[in-house]
Design a binder for this molecule. Structure first.
Ligand SMILES: Nc1ncnc2c1ncn2[C@@H]1O[C@H](COP(=O)(O)OP(=O)(O)OP(=O)(O)O)[C@@H](O)[C@H]1O
Ligand SMILES: [Mg+2]
Length: 364
């Protein structure tokens, strides 16, 4: 197994506006699916429909002396297809890293099963390790080696020849923008750059399955762009990629399929489009006025919006019904003060927050 890692976490990244709600192959997808297959986005590439990862009723309970047991993973089930980018999403403490650790044989499950390319993670750990590489959440850059030597050491450790190491190190440095930092030591790198090296390392070798636990955490926009692009490139080669993230815009952009987890349970799963359109069908109405008046706010509130946010001369309203969205737009036009409007479907962010809220209110 190939391990690299990251530290820390930054909060949810908000992206406004989703695409259009889609019908099509997944439109009859059951709501709040707990154990489900995923569906492909039509524009995606090298899918085959065979299963890469199969997780069934996985349970992990941490027992601690003199402390209540923690049920970190609570009967999770999901399936990842070969060639897919699969996102495990959830708030802090949801059980994402614990799930990844079980799948990568770093932790034994309490019960349930998980298999990678048909190999059970408990009974066939060596076969599993040969098929995977993982960037774990904790730090794993060799601090006293240069960036180039970090890449070389990793390649050498995994049996690449010297010429292959140099060839790949050149490619990876180019892809991740590390060329100018080649001679800097790990200890001297910024946090974001350290992470970039950690991710870059695993692209030195080709394993069919890649796990990335919070891969882009702490990266600036440039870093993040390069990393996402590299992940996409690797996926195009047919590699299966499982990533965890709090960055919902990242998941929305990158993932073919998702499982949203909370308190150790999968609360929604399926193709990214289906997850977006399940649970709730929110519409965002964005309105910009010449100036905002109490009358405008009053008539919008009459539509009982799910959420309303105002800033300067703009209002963003989330409503559940198309009629409400159109009614608000008509009313806004009648004021004669409307300068700009936009109606979009909910983003993954909205769905995520809504599903987690819903689940909390059911369980509390
Ligand atoms: N070794 C451990 N011993 C006891 N409890 C643990 C251990 N590892 C994780 N936990 C607990 O299990 C739960 C899930 O943790 P996990 O790290 O899997 O969450 P996560 O979804 O990865 O969170 P984050 O987004 O913060 O990385 C948390 O309540 C955590 O405190
Ligand atoms: Mg984690």
């Amino acid at each position: 197994m190939i391990v690299s890692s990251f530290v820390g976490y930054r909060g949810v990244n908000i992206k406004r506006g989703g695409g259009k709600c889609k019908g099509g192959p997944g439109s009859n997808f059951p709501e709040m699916l707990v154990d489900c297959p995923s569906f492909s986005k039509p524009q995606r590439h090298m899918y085959d429909d065979t299963t890469a990862i199969d997780v069934v009723d996985l349970l992990k309970v941490f027992e601690k002396k003199n402390r209540a047991a923690v049920r970190a993973v609570d009967y999770i089930s999901f399936r990842v297809r070969r060639g897919e980018i699969f996102g495990l999403l959830g708030p802090n403490g949801a059980g994402k890293s614990t799930t990844i650790k079980i799948l990568t044989t770093l932790l034994p499950p309490t019960s349930g099963s998980a298999s990678i390319l048909g190999y059970d993670v408990v009974s066939h750990p060596l076969e599993v390790r040969k098929s995977i590489c993982v960037v774990v959440q904790e730090n794993a850059v060799e601090l006293y080696l240069s960036v180039r030597n970090n890449l070389r050491t990793f390649g050498r450790f995994h049996g690449l020849t010297w010429s292959e190491i140099e060839r790949r190190a050149d490619g990876v440095s180019e892809l991740f923008g590390l060329r100018e930092h080649q001679h800097e030591k790990g200890v001297d790198l910024s946090g974001g750059l350290k992470r970039r090296v950690q991710v870059a390392k695993i692209f030195m070798i080709d394993t069919p399955i890649v796990f990335l636990d919070e891969a882009t955490t702490g990266m600036d926009t440039f870093n993040k762009r390069a990393t996402l692009q590299a992940i996409r490139e690797e996926s195009r080669k047919g590699r299966t990629i499982v990533l965890t993230t709090h960055m919902l815009d990242e998941a929305e952009e990158l993932c073919d399929a998702l499982a949203i987890v909370n308190h150790g349970r999968v609360i929604a799963a399926g193709s990214t489009d289906n997850v977006k359109s399940m649970g709730l069908r929110l519409l965002n109405v964005s309105l910009t006025f010449e100036r905002l008046t109490n009358d405008i706010l009053r008539f919008i509130h009459a539509y009982h919006p799910y959420k309303i946010e105002t800033s300067d001369h703009s209002i963003e309203v989330k409503v559940r019904e198309e009629e409400a969205a159109l009614g608000i737009l008509a009313g806004a036009r009648q004021t004669g003060l409307l300068r700009h409007f936009e109606i979009t479907n909910a983003s993954l962010e909205d769905v995520f927050v809504e599903l987690i809220d819903k689940k909390e209110s059911v369980t509390s």
